[in-house]
Design a protein around this ligand. Structure first.
Ligand code: AMP
Length: 423
């Protein structure tokens, strides 16, 4: 479906064509018409599906058609990088309109704070904010939300994982009850559904098939002990000299520095950087800029980058360790093979990571090829296939065809008390 068919305003259509979006993606096709009608939305979609445009286009269309007076639209996101990226996409879409926008996130310089305060006091139309920094401004009393008509929670599952729920609840207490709310999440965990019932009004639900890595990603894994991993990276990098954009993900911030310096020692002239939420904002931006510009071949990152961040042309994602949350695997792997391109994802599995990797394979509904470790790296831990535990039927009565069940009443001290039986 084209954007013309979605009945988008001319000014936005022109910008969309400059951005070279030819056809609406599935989520855009399903959700934009509903959002244009003013419905609340509960959308289950991961990064890479085109979800950002799904909420930005209807917001901008409303501002173009019905006027934009002051602070009309608030987009809450988990990370600064995502705030900046959404603001950049918004500036693209709104190029031929009068809409103003500002990304508001925790920074290091006083000037950031002042320019953010100015954005609120001058009535910038669209604010894209991280929860903590937004709360800090709200507490000071100069933010007026009386004109607010749109509220978006992007990557809501990530925000809950990061412990932003209290900030979000507080922010909601400032937002006018009559508004259009759109909630985007990669997963529909029970907490998300609970949040949805409290903030959405008769929402339309749009779900883009459960997160699975794109077809174009070649996935494989090596079993490896921690001490073998850096040598394994060296081996992979040497085997693939034409890969010029590689991300290595690790779950722990403190690993970043040691991985970067170990690789530097092993591979001469490698261009490599690290990035995590511990880095100063200016440094993070610089590192990302260099990586996007392909001045850096390898970027070692924590999951800060695995969600939301859109960098084109990544050839290879290496998971230095298996992510704690299976959905993070999909996000990490999703950094490569974006927009139907080809890409590769390689995961290092240590013996302790095996149960976590089983969960991932269960989520993505396929098993990932386990490649033998190069001989010179020594013996690898053994992969163990999942053996389902035999089911034990407590209280079944074979004489009665196994149909008779006992039921239990929970005693106050938590132990179970056999109360009787039911047919
Ligand atoms: P998102 O899921 O919003 O992070 O979008 C992922 C990438 O797809 C971004 O680079 C978008 O600019 C791009 N994109 C979104 N919608 C379209 C579209 N309809 N056609 C082409 N590219 C798109």
């Amino acid at each position: 479906m084209t954007f013309e068919e979605l009945q988008i305003d001319e000014k936005l259509l022109e910008a969309i064509s400059y951005m070279r979006f030819e056809k609406a993606s599935p989520i855009q096709e399903q959700a934009i018409p509903l959002a244009l009608e003013g419905h609340d939305l509960l959308a289950c979609a991961q990064t890479g599906t085109g979800k950002t445009a799904t909420f930005l286009i209807p917001i901008l269309q409303d501002l173009v058609k019905n006027g934009s007076q002051g602070f009309t639209s608030l987009i809450i996101v988990p990370t600064r990088e995502l705030a900046i990226q959404i603001d950049q996409e918004l500036q693209g879409f709104s190029y031929f309109t009068d809409t103003t926008s500002k990304a508001v996130y925790g920074g290091d310089k006083g000037t950031d704070w002042d320019s953010q305060k100015l954005a609120f006091t001058e009535g910038t139309n669209v604010i894209i904010a991280t929860p903590g920094r937004l709360m800090a401004h709200l507490r000071l009393g100069y933010v007026s939300m009386k004109n607010l008509r749109h509220l978006v929670l992007d990557e809501a599952d990530r925000m809950l994982d990061m412990g932003f729920i209290d900030d979000i609840r507080q922010i909601l207490s400032y937002v006018p009850p009559k508004r259009q709310t759109m909630l985007f999440s990669a997963t529909m965990a029970p907490e998300i559904q609970k949040l949805a019932t409290t903030i959405l009004h008769e929402p339309k639900i749009v779900s883009i098939a459960i997160a699975k890595p794109a077809e174009g990603v070649k996935q494989s894994a090596y079993m490896a002990y921690p001490h073998q991993k850096v040598d394994l990276i060296t081996h992979i990098l040497e085997q693939n000299p034409d890969y010029d954009s590689i991300i290595i993900f690790t779950s722990t911030k403190k690993n970043i520095h040691s991985i970067v310096s170990a690789i530097k020692k092993k591979i001469r002239n490698v261009t490599i950087d690290g990035i995590s939420s511990d880095f100063e904002q200016a440094e993070r931006e610089e590192v990302l800029l260099r990586f996007r510009a392909k001045q850096t071949r390898v970027l070692v990152a924590t999951d800060v980058l695995s969600r939301g961040i859109d960098i084109k042309g990544i050839n290879l994602v290496i998971n230095f360790d298996v992510p704690r949350d299976a959905a993070d695997y999909v996000h990490r792997v999703g950094r490569t093979a974006r927009a139907d391109a080809k890409g590769e994802a390689i995961t290092f599995i240590s013996d302790l990571d095996i149960p976590k990797f089983h969960k991932i394979e269960h989520l993505i509904e396929r098993s990932v090829d386990k490649v033998p470790l190069p001989q010179e790296l020594g013996e690898a831990p053994e992969w163990k296939e999942y053996q389902p535990k035999p089911k034990i039927h407590h209280g079944s009565n074979q004489k009665n065809g196994g149909k008779r069940k006992f039921f239990y009443r929970k005693k106050k001290n938590g132990s179970k008390e056999n109360k009787g039986k039911v047919e």
